[in-house]
Write a protein that binds this ligand. Structure first.
Ligand SMILES: CC(C)(COP(=O)(O)OP(=O)(O)OC[C@H]1O[C@@H](n2cnc3c(N)ncnc32)[C@H](O)[C@@H]1OP(=O)(O)O)[C@@H](O)C(=O)NCCC(=O)NCCS
Length: 284
């Protein structure tokens, strides 16, 4: 920890752009911001003040744990202990809880970097079974007082950028009622996938490696001696299947759905409680 109380080191994505912000409120956390962790992105000058955004994994800012639990609790309730338990598992090997942070300061100096920083939003990313290049996004939330000002878009765009920078190529998510928001951001209707919420200690090290190693990093991180690959099993006799029927595509409020069975207005999928749920995905 450095003198300002921030954990030092570790990569961190810095992101932002010039954009309009109205009157804003400090929410959840007023914390010192370290130069080491949060680089200057861009600034919008508002009179004598400027503003900067960044996306940081929670495990690099453990002092934000309580504020993050409060942000999620504000939206979805559940016990604080349960939230903290989930959030404490954030790691580079997934699930990863990403925080959208905002800092403000005098525009005439780089002091915004050292000014108080506030928690604006959160998204959690998990690996997807059988899809090494995909991630599942959940618990997307922007602080209530800050909604409708573009932070949700920036949270999702920064999350995509964070995932893409680590070699992932597709994001999946489910939503009960925010399908139009996600469609607006480029998500299309998709099919269910199985996310890996947490990796049990009972899982074999081989499987663990499959899920915990980001794509592209496998060759660099493995320390096991190279074992000659076994020859692939012989191919079965070739049976040429009939060509599939052409897909039926429909347009649902501007978004091309891949199946005629679902649209942004109606989904054939349901959650564990039987409520309709929309599966969506985006190539990043
Ligand atoms: C969903 C949520 C993250 C959106 O955040 P936000 O900061 O209000 O959204 P933004 O202001 O960034 O909106 C981004 C764009 O999406 C559009 N948009 C926002 N909500 C929308 C909705 N429900 N339907 C359609 N479009 C929507 C905005 O008009 C904006 O368009 P623009 O960028 O072209 O101007 C936020 O409302 C939230 O936290 N909701 C509660 C938690 C939740 O439901 N999370 C989703 C779980 S699946």
């Amino acid at each position: 920890m450095n003198s300002s109380g921030c954990a030092a080191g570790g990569p961190c994505l810095y992101w932002g752009q010039w954009w309009a912000v109205g009157n804003t409120h400090m929410v959840c956390a007023l914390l010192p911001l370290s130069h080491d962790l949060l680089g200057f992105l861009s600034v919008r000058r508002m009179g004598s003040m400027s503003e900067e955004l960044s996306l940081v994994p929670l495990h690099q800012r453990p002092e934000l744990l309580e504020a993050c639990a409060a942000l999620l609790g504000e939206e979805w309730g559940k016990s604080r202990a349960s939230r903290l338990h989930t959030l404490q598992r954030s790691s580079d090997t997934f699930p990863a809880c990403l925080l959208l942070l905002r800092s403000r300061g005098p525009s005439e100096s780089p002091a915004a970097r050292e000014g108080p920083c506030e928690l604006v939003g959160h998204a959690r990313l998990s690996r997807v079974v059988g899809r090494p290049h995909d991630l599942f996004v959940e618990s997307v939330v922007v602080a209530r007082a800050l909604r409708g000002q573009g932070y949700g878009r920036r949270l999702m765009e920064a999350t995509e950028q964070w995932a893409r920078a680590r070699g992932f190529r597709c994001l999946h998510l489910t939503t009960h009622d925010k399908q139009h928001f996600y469609a607006h951001l480029g998500f299309v209707l998709g099919e269910p996938v199985q996310s890996v919420a947490f990796l049990s200690p009972a899982i074999s090290s081989e499987v663990l490696r499959l899920f915990s190693t980001p794509p592209g990093a496998a060759a660099a991180t493995t320390t096991r001696p190279r074992v000659p690959a076994a020859p692939p099993p012989p191919l079965p006799p070739v049976a040429v299947p009939p060509p599939p029927p052409p897909p039926t595509v429909i347009w649902a409020r501007g978004v091309l759905a891949e199946s005629s069975e679902q649209s942004l207005l109606e989904s054939p999928h349901h959650d564990a409680k039987g409520l309709p749920i929309f599966w969506m995905k985006k190539d990043i």
